[in-house]
Design a protein around this ligand. Sequence first.
Ligand code: 1HE
Length: 263
Amino acid sequence: MSTLPDTLQATRDGAVAILKLARPAKRNALDDDTVKGIGRFFAELPEEVRAVVLHGEGQHFCAGLDLSEVTGASDLYKGIRHSQMWHTAFGAMQFGPVPVFAVLHGAVVGGGLELAASTHVRIAERSAYYALPEGQRGIFLGGGGSVRIPKLIGLPLVQDLMLTGRTLSAQEGHVAGASQYLVEDGEGLGKAMELARKAAGNARMTNFAIINALPQIAESNPAAGFFTESLMAAIAETTPEAQQRLRDFLEKRAAKITHTPKD
Ligand code: 1HE
């Protein structure tokens, strides 16, 4: 893999790659090199990696766009290309080959929330809070958040956050749909690793379909969606890996679903 900037650190634990935003002095604010580095990391993932955990060093997940790189902007064309650069990088993650599990803590704001919204499963620690302060800064979403964040928490809440500058607590964000898991402080990385290892054990084609086919199908008109689903189902079930897994279940070699009632 080509070298990452100093603001990103990548490690491996078996089939799970861990990508850390490593710029705590600037609250993991995203400068151009970091955003491009995220894109390269996902575009060049080795074949053996089957899931990724994304987290941030220090007290905050991510303070969003590095505002020092926007001051002096006066070229419309460069502005559009800059936003498209974020789209390319985050798209490489959202529509990449493997599922991405994000650990959210402290500030998850602006472009930090756009980044989080591009992952597949979000695990929030109690310290996490969400904000979209673009209105206060005089700028706008540019990292795909206009498309992705309303799908998570709904358009009215996005407009409220942007218009009023209010923050959402981890609990409020969880109820609204920003996270799928809410855990105590310090427990997010462990939980994300546990979930990522489970996902890494799935059939590769099924994970690929969940990440790349399912979002397209869910947004298609129903007729196109049903047809694409049929194609995807046939592609998945005819892979040798699926055939082996089905035999394993029928011949009692595979684990059953287990459910432990919580209350
Ligand atoms: C930064 C940034 C940044 C911190 N760009 N340098 N994002 C924002 O509007 C969020 C702006 N940041 C904050 O509100 C606060 O920094 C935090 C609530 C996230 C954290 O507060 P705190 O008290 O822990 O840290 P701090 O003292 O404010 O910041 C530490 C340093 O990081 C400081 O620099 P220093 O040289 O004085 O040490 C800050 O200036 C720096 N820093 N955040 C640049 N964002 C694709 S479009 C996306 C649009 C957006 O993302 S808009 C939202 C931008």
